[in-house]
Ligand binder design. Structure first.
Ligand code: T3D
Length: 270
């Protein structure tokens, strides 16, 4: 049994978080979800951290909710004994929703390095990250329909936005395994890499993002998400508001000065 269900390492300005229950394909228990939330908060509070990189230990990214966790596992006798089943919605309210929201509102960009299978909530947590890289042997499974549930952890919101309604329904209804190459072709993820190169490439990408103007990147994430529900003109106006704000910030002054001075910029805003 792993003591640290989430391993945290600092690599310069990159906080690497590794899901660490490899014996169960990093399936989420309540304790693990709690530790992941704490690890994200710690990264958010540390002003020297400018990018988070999320990956899994062992051969999987995450198999989603641990179906044996006593918080959710139905009693095998419940049908016979007429016991009330557990309300698994509570698990979502208590753990997954705050986690999904925090991932999407973190003050730094988040990269997922999907190193193996990502199923159920594991898939959708990965897909909710800002940039998603996957090893060529990785796969994505909307496993929910296989066990009589709907996609959660943002799946119903993310899937149609990423791949359109037709493919989203195919993925969600059938719950078939989508290999990394197909996930890239569909637009579900950013990029596929040879397995042996995944971790180094993901770290290089995270380091690159960490050297960029963090505040502008985070506002870009928010603007793109918001624009999905805005008409064209309000989206244009929102861009103008954001440019007004960013135009007074250090990083814009530094970025333009560095360009004119022909030197590398040093961004600081977060
Ligand atoms: O319930 C709620 O709280 C609501 C929220 C739901 C969110 C969800 O995530 S629902 C979806 C839950 N996840 C799944 O249904 C996926 C279940 N797992 C699988 O289908 C397969 O394990 C995989 C396709 C992911 C991988 O298959 P394979 O053949 O590579 O590995 P395996 O042999 O099936 O699994 C290896 C071990 O991990 C095995 O344990 P053992 O026999 O070696 O002791 C297996 O039981 C364990 N494991 C895999 N997934 C889970 C799990 N244990 C608990 N929960 C799991 N989700």
């Amino acid at each position: 049994m792993s003591e640290f269900l989430i391993q945290s390492e600092q690599h310069g300005a990159v906080r690497l978080l590794r899901l660490n229950r490899p014996e169960a394909l990093n399936a989420f228990t309540a304790a693990m979800l709690g530790q992941l939330r704490q690890a994200l908060e710690a990264a958010a509070e540390d002003v020297t951290t400018r990018c988070v990189l999320l990956t899994g230990a062992g051969r999987a990214f995450s198999a989603g909710q641990d179906l044996a966790d006593p918080h959710v596992a139905p009693s095998r006798e419940s049908a016979n004994l007429n016991q009330a089943p557990k309300d698994i919605g509570h698990m979502l309210e208590q753990f997954y929703i705050p986690l999904a929201l925090r991932l999407r509102s973190l003050p730094v960009p988040v990269v997922a390095a999907v190193n193996g299978v990502a199923a159920g909530a594991g898939a959708n947590l990965a897909l909710g990250c800002d940039l998603v890289l996957a090893g060529e042997s990785a796969s994505f499974i909307q496993a929910f329909s296989r066990i009589g549930l709907v996609p959660d952890c943002g799946g119903t919101w993310l899937l149609p936005r990423l791949v359109g309604r037709a493919k989203a329904l195919e993925l969600a209804l059938l719950g078939d395994k989508v290999k990394a190459a197909e996930a890239e072709r569909l637009g579900l993820i950013s990029r596929v890499l040879p397995d042996a190169e995944l971790q180094d490439a993901a770290m290089a990408l995270a380091q690159r993002l960490a050297g960029m103007p963090t505040r502008a990147l985070v506002e870009t994430r928010r603007a793109l998400d918001d624009a999905m529900r805005l008409d064209y003109e309000p989206a244009l106006k929102r861009e103008a508001v954001l440019q007004s704000q960013l135009g007074f910030a250090h990083d814009y002054l530094e970025g333009t000065a560095a360009f004119l001075d022909k030197r590398k910029p040093e961004f600081k805003d977060r």
